[in-house]
Write a protein that binds this ligand. Structure first.
Ligand SMILES: *[C@@H]1O[C@H](CO)[C@@H](O)[C@H](O)[C@H]1NC(C)=O
Length: 196
């Protein structure tokens, strides 16, 4: 197969555009953030990183700025450039929970690992329709993470933005916590609405 010069040029430009299309928004969180990222990529979201293996990475995986989770974040930042926006998802296991000092540590670490003056968004993990919740986070766990996110956004010393809650509806949950593929896409659309 032979290419004309025009075809060759077009192929080269397509390749270069793909190489330059880096994602400028990072995120931290657990498998529930991964569910959002999976859906965001599935619906064609362009700005935020795709999933990068954050399963199980609840709050305490991110409080130490040198943790394996932050090292994984830094590898994404090497590939995409340091993110100019970071979404911090507060995600918990019932037995560990979360306190506000931990939330502030996550925000400080996000600033440290992102580009200078990066915009920081913060949310809880997704909320559910009445009658459902996330067994991993425990009874009222998702609501606790939401209230922590809102507390941080109301705290002028933190300079973070709360865009609103993520929600999983009935029929969007696969195992008593995580999103099924319809739920992932729903979460992805919510992320696109909040972040672009
Ligand atoms: C607050 O965050 C914005 C980005 O959202 C940044 O441009 C600004 O410098 C920050 N302000 C302070 C006082 O750190």
């Amino acid at each position: 197969m032979r290419f004309s010069p025009i075809q060759f040029l077009a192929a080269t430009l397509t390749f270069e555009t793909a190489a330059l299309a880096q994602r400028t928004m990072g995120f931290i969180g657990c498998s529930m953030a991964e569910n959002v990222a999976q859906g965001y990529v599935a619906i064609g979201g362009q700005k935020m990183w795709g999933p990068y293996g954050t399963g199980g990475a609840v709050v305490q995986s991110w409080t130490n700025t040198n943790s394996a989770s932050w090292q994984a974040f830094d590898r994404q930042a090497q590939q995409n450039g340091k993110p100019t926006e970071v979404w911090v998802q507060i995600c918990i296991f019932a037995q560990n929970g979360v306190n506000y000092n931990e939330v502030k540590q996550l925000i400080a670490n996000a600033r440290q690992h992102a580009a200078p003056d990066a915009k920081i968004y913060i949310t809880g993990q997704p909320l559910y329709d009445p009658g459902q919740s996330c067994f991993l986070a425990g009874a009222n766990g998702p609501e606790l993470t939401e209230s922590m996110a809102q507390q941080a956004a109301a705290d002028a010393t933190q300079n973070v933005t709360y865009p609103g809650p993520f929600r999983l509806r009935n029929g969007e949950v696969q195992d008593g916590c995580h999103a099924n593929s319809a739920g992932q896409q729903s979460l992805g659309r919510q992320a696109q609405g909040y972040f672009g």
